[in-house]
Design a protein around this ligand. Sequence first.
Ligand code: MG
Length: 161
Amino acid sequence: MLNKEIYNLINSQINKELFSAYLYLEIANYFNEKGLPGFAAWYTKQSEEEVEHAMKFNAYVYQQGERVVLEAINKPVVEFKNYREALKAALEHEKKVTSWINDIYALAVKQGDFRTQKFLDRFISEQTEEEENADEMLAKYDLASKEGSLYLLNKELAKRD
Ligand code: MG
């Protein structure tokens, strides 16, 4: 049995992860429409990963003998003015996800729910990675769009082992 408050947050996290999948799909579609299938492929993969996250939270609820109550998924209302804005939206969103995960973790600590803490550990690490990737994506984009040759040279130098 899960503490009611923890249950509510985890149940709603399923919805939030699925919303993340929607947002990334929106970004993928945007890049596809702009003729940038590489970016689109990257964000499609991101979208798939978010569905996997939702599934993990879903499974955890059932492992604890509770049942999931699925909620409606919000429409991602995003009209990107330019490429950078789409990349920035991903970073901002991941920061929000981090704070949601942290909130559940904090509550699990407060309640002495070690099992939920252990379950969440992978998501705490995952969020470090997600924010780092989103941040790196922006930095790469900025460098590539402003100094294309330098971007390529940097990529070449990175190959040395
Ligand atoms: Mg996620």
